[in-house]
Each structure stands twice: as C-alpha cells, then as structure tokens.
Unconditional design. Structure first.
Length: 294
C-alpha cells in the first residue's frame, strides 16, 4: 500500500479551527498495476463523527484528489474524516469507469472506518463538485448498480447517508447541448471523451433518471451554486432539485447571486465561500448520527 507521511495542513477558508488537520495519501486500489490514491484528511486529537468521500470535478477528464483541499480541510477541522479520491479518467476510461472507482472507494472507506478512528456507527456521505457532483449524486442514486459494483469488496456496499454537491452536472446531455449552442468546444470535446457511447449521457443522467421514474436511492442532498455559472446552467440544477424533492428526497438548495462556477475553488476566502463552507458543515452535522450504513 502506498502511504505518504502525514502532514499538518493550514486552512484556506478563514473559519474557526476546532481541530488541527493532518493529511496523507493512501492507496485504495490498483488498476493495471497503477495505484489509485485517496488523500485522507483527519482531525488531530479528535474522534471523527462522520466520514465522507470527496469526488473532484474537471469535466470527467481533468483534476485530481487535491482539488477540494480548502473545503476538505475545513470539514476535517470540524470533525469530519475526508477521503478525497483519484479515479480513472479519459482518454480510455469512459462512463461508467469513474462510477466503478468511486463506488469501490466508498466501500473501501467504510472498511477502514475503524482503522481511521471514526466513531462507531458513524454515517458516511459524499461530496462532489461539478462533474464530481454528478458522479457523487449518480452513485448515491444507484449504489447497487451491477455496472458500478463490478470490482468486488465483500461485506460493504456503497449506500450513502447524505450527499453534498457544488454546481453538480445533473443533466450531462442538456449541458452538452448548451455547450454546443454556446460554442464551448472544450466542454464538447471532454464530454465526447467520457460519454463515448451513444445514449450513455441519457442513461447516466440524474435528472432524466428522475423524469423516467426509475427506482433509486434518495439520500439527503445539499446543493449549492452561483447564479452566474456559465459551465453548468443553473436552470437545470433548479429543475433537478425540484424533481428530487418531488420524488421524495430531502434536498437543500442554496444559490449565490452573481457568482460563477466553483467559486469556492478559486476564492476560498471570499465571504460567500465562507458562508458556503458554513452551510456545508452545518448540513453534515445535522445529517450525521450514530447509526451508519454498512
């Protein structure tokens, strides 16, 4: 197992710091001999009351486990254990490859809760931003899909107790059409690399899954997004949130007026980013208890 020495991580979001945070990298699986790593953030000298998998964004093609360092550190400082995971990406790893890896990473995290010192019976959630929000939400809706559970890990499943998403791609097909119409060739090209087979972006589409009335899991969901987002049209997010609620899901939606895509990544010290982090921490606390999943 690859394990890099733990280091103490300073905050990027100026919030109170109940706990110092350590961070180290662990291997959670291998593919073709290459390790996939989880960056594990832990509160120092405290028992984590819950654990979360972090799924980075990057149009399903870019990014890595370091992307959400600001929010991961803030959550860990408030008692949450975070495993921010790398996963296979295009070229050559189309849908549903990332769902396979994140499903496995969720089960791996559950298998390691005791070793990580997480409170017994703690709940397990997920966070995802942009395309990572898509993967986190879709994986939570279909935790037992045989396509996503193809890598075995006996004794654990990938059900989630709650999900947090920032500007998630809840309708990849609609996003593709919008990118075509607006001349976003970068988005179109990355979309084609991940959604390589015809109809995949309709199948792995949380918004259309709800519209079709498919049976799915609907864990409590937190969504936040800037109203001036040019990468993920907010009207589509609003539609998805409404359908999630109509399907019986408990969902909170927070809009940040005039802000663009993933503002927390680029300006973690701005007042809106601080408020976003506060809202996430509050949501995670309210949806964590001593009764967890297995």
């Amino acid at each position: 197992m690859v394990c890099m020495q733990a280091a103490t991580l300073p905050p990027l979001i100026p919030l109170p710091q109940p706990h110092a945070v350590s961070v180290d990298d662990l291997e959670y699986t291998r593919h073709a001999g290459e390790p996939l790593l989880a960056r594990v953030y832990r509160p120092v000298d405290a028992t984590p009351f819950t654990a979360m998998v972090d799924v980075h964004g990057g149009a399903w093609v870019l990014g890595d486990r370091t992307q959400h360092q600001a929010l991961d550190q803030a959550l860990a400082a408030h008692g949450v254990l975070i495993a921010s995971v790398d996963f296979r990406q295009p070229p050559g790893n189309p849908y549903p490859t990332s769902l396979v890896d994140v499903n496995l990473a969720t089960r791996w995290l559950k298998s390691q809760l005791s070793a990580f010192g997480v409170a017994q019976g703690a709940k397990v959630g997920a966070f995802g931003g942009s395309s990572g929000g898509h993967v986190a939400i879709l994986g939570a809706m279909r935790p037992h899909d045989p396509r996503y559970t193809s890598v075995p890990l006996a004794g654990y499943d990938a059900t989630l107790d709650f999900v947090v998403a920032d500007a998630p791609v809840t309708d990849p097909h609609a996003r593709f059409l919008n990118a075509q119409a607006s001349g976003r060739t970068d988005v179109v090209e990355r979309h084609a690399l991940y959604w390589a087979n015809p109809g995949d972006d309709m199948d792995g589409n949380p918004n259309l899954i709800l519209e079709r009335g498919e049976p799915v899991s609907l864990p409590p969901l937190f969504v936040s997004q800037g109203t001036a987002d040019q990468s993920v049209p907010i009207d589509g997010t609003r539609t998805f949130v409404q359908r999630y609620a109509e399907a019986g899901g408990d969902v909170e939606f927070h809009e940040f007026e005039g802000l663009g895509h993933g503002f927390l990544l680029y300006e973690p010290a701005r007042p809106e980013a601080i408020r976003q982090a506060e809202l996430v921490i509050d949501f995670v606390r309210r949806h964590s208890s001593n009764t967890g999943t297995t």
